[in-house]
Design a binder for this molecule. Structure first.
Ligand SMILES: Nc1ncnc2c1ncn2[C@@H]1O[C@H](COP(=O)(O)OP(=O)(O)O)[C@@H](O)[C@H]1O
Ligand SMILES: [Mg+2]
Length: 298
């Protein structure tokens, strides 16, 4: 891919999703964004769809994120402006560039979430239900508004990574349908594997019905403990089941991953930030790139 010269492709949309919380979705979103920008020199946008706002704070720090909230530049305002003023706020205005605390200003941008997003979602659904909309119409409405927003910035990035909330929500489903690639971080244990198989079936069916085109589903073992034989056997079972859709790289349960998630006021090198996990995160980016390049173009 000769992305430095000539026309660049529109961004590939990657939704990071799992029904379960605490499996490393936000951590994976941010570390993948940082290695793709830092090592692969890609332009990356992180969209935080989770009202818990972990990815927003991880990648931009509490101060910048607060500034974005105060300036009404978070996703809840975007959707609220559609409903209340019937006129959308330009999506581009939500985006804050060069947000990472890594040295060298890697090209990572953020479209942030806020806790109010939960209320906006609820109010939106209520107002639609009162007007007699069916759930699939509401779903379509959300997907269209979300896709319209993304369309405005799709040529500015190589990758758009969407950090999804856990559980079932209309926004998470919109992100699932909009995605070219679905990345599922999963802790390799028995319950998660069963959940994953069910999710995969449901996700693929939903996408086929609504999207009418292929998308790629990838699974990444997170919080992996090599000394734990159950993790080893479950990760192997996933690999046997999923083949190339499963990453060879596994993200270990490691304090340096948790520490990297804490915002640093002073900029740090990739190695300072990710410590002993720096090469693993770099490998994640490399394997991601090679998997994506093998995927059918959309
Ligand atoms: N590989 C890991 N090793 C150690 N701690 C991790 C790892 N991945 C995530 N964590 C920690 O686990 C918690 C949940 O991770 P997070 O990425 O927020 O999960 P999710 O987005 O799926 O809810 C966070 O405190 C995070 O720092
Ligand atoms: Mg999260």
């Amino acid at each position: 891919m000769d992305e430095q010269k000539g026309a660049r492709m529109p961004a590939r949309i990657i939704s990071v999703i799992n029904m379960k919380g605490g499996v490393g979705k936000s951590t994976t979103t941010v570390s993948l964004a940082e290695t793709l920008a830092h090592h692969q020199r890609r332009r990356v946008l992180v969209i935080d769809l989770d009202p818990q706002t972990n990815a927003s704070i991880m990648v931009a720090g509490p101060e910048k994120w607060n500034g974005m909230r105060e300036a009404e530049r978070t996703l809840d305002f975007y959707f609220e402006s559609y409903i209340v003023q019937q006129k959308p706020k330009p999506f581009k205005q939500l985006i804050e560039k060069n947000v990472s605390d890594l040295k060298g200003k890697p090209d990572v941008a953020l479209c942030a979430s806020a806790p109010e997003f939960r209320i906006v979602e609820r109010d939106m659904i209520e107002s639609f239900v009162k007007r007699g909309f069916q759930i699939d119409m509401i779903q379509k409405w959300i997907l269209e508004r979300f896709a319209n927003g993304i369309k405005n910035v799709i040529n500015d990035y190589d990758y758009i990574l969407i950090d999804c909330p856990p559980g079932i929500s209309l926004f998470a489903e919109a992100a699932l349908i909009a995605a070219d690639t679905i990345l599922v971080p999963s802790i390799p244990d028995y319950v998660s594997r069963l959940g994953l198989i069910t999710f995969r079936k449901r996700a693929l069916r939903l996408i086929n019905e609504r999207r009418g085109g292929p998308s790629q589903l990838m699974v990444l073992a997170t919080k992996y403990e090599d000394g734990f034989s159950l993790h080893r056997s479950e990760a192997q079972l996933l690999k046997d089941n999923l083949g190339d859709a499963m990453f060879d790289v596994r993200i270990p349960q490691h304090v340096d991953i948790a520490k990297a998630a804490e915002w640093s006021e002073t900029q740090r090198t990739f190695e300072q930030k990710y410590g002993q996990m720096a090469s693993t995160v770099k490998k994640l980016g490399e394997e991601f790139q090679s998997k994506v390049e093998l995927a059918p173009s959309l």
